[in-house]
Design a protein. Structure first.
Length: 250
């Protein structure tokens, strides 16, 4: 409120004093009302500022946790894939070497079964015919070949999302600067992420399979695939079925 004009004149008259008294009463009432409103706004501003600062700290802390977790997951994936792909390739190599021998054994068993039918043929002519068929007919063991699935692609790791972290200049510029509220409500001082060492993992070694177990499994597969074509005596001798039973030993 502006002072009455007479207050700036000399000498001050009685009339001016009365004007000043009226003005002072009005100014005092307005001042108290406006001060109360100002105090309330100041208190609300302080509470809101504290709330915003808390949310900012939570945002920065959560982003740091996310960035650290993402780096760890991507590192673990790379380490795990390298380990497991190596084990897979080594296992496939072993199975491929053993598989050729198993196929040869199965083919030999099929020939033996065919040759045994020669003994049951009636007459020399029939026996010659069965023998000739056994010697000339090839045994198809392609159904015993193992088809391997391709290695799946790795999951996409969005490391670029955390290329910058709290307190980096680029991060502060992107999150807090140049906003409509930046000038009148500047962000509090940021809290940098805790220093994290490069994540390392110790992958759990996969259980290894012995050659004997691989041989038994693959040979059992041969019997299961063509159970009727393999002579029972051969399966029993290999320990794949029990005597008097056609059920492969598990």
């Amino acid at each position: 409120m502006t002072l009455p004009a007479c207050a700036l004149q000399q000498p001050i008259t009685e009339q001016c004093i009365e004007i000043l008294a009226t003005w002072s009463a009005q100014a005092n009432s307005i001042w108290k009302s406006e001060k109360s409103a100002c105090d309330s706004s100041t208190s609300n501003h302080a509470e809101k500022q504290a709330s915003c600062n808390t949310l900012q700290a939570e945002f920065e802390s959560s982003f740091c946790v996310y960035a650290s977790g993402l780096h760890l997951v991507c590192s673990n994936q790379e380490t795990c894939r390298g380990t497991q792909i190596g084990l897979r390739n080594a296992s496939h190599t072993d199975v491929a070497v053993a598989g050729s021998g198993f196929e040869a054994e199965c083919e030999a068993a099929m020939h033996v079964k065919c040759l045994l039918r020669v003994l049951g043929a009636a007459g020399a002519g029939a026996q010659q015919g069965v023998l000739g068929a056994c010697l000339s007919d090839p045994v198809n063991s392609s159904r015993l070949s193992i088809a391997y699935r391709p290695i799946p692609s790795p999951a996409t790791c969005g490391i670029t999302l955390v290329a910058t972290v709290p307190c980096d200049e680029e991060w502060i510029s992107a999150e807090f600067q140049g906003k409509p509220w930046s000038a009148r409500a500047p962000a509090a001082a940021c809290v940098p992420c805790s220093v994290q060492s490069t994540p390392t993992t110790t992958p759990t070694a996969a259980a290894t399979t012995t050659s004997t177990a691989r041989e038994s499994s693959a040979t059992a597969f041969c019997v299961i695939v063509d159970r009727e074509s393999v002579p029972p005596w051969w399966a029993v001798s290999r320990g794949l079925v029990t005597r008097g039973s056609a059920t492969p030993i598990q």
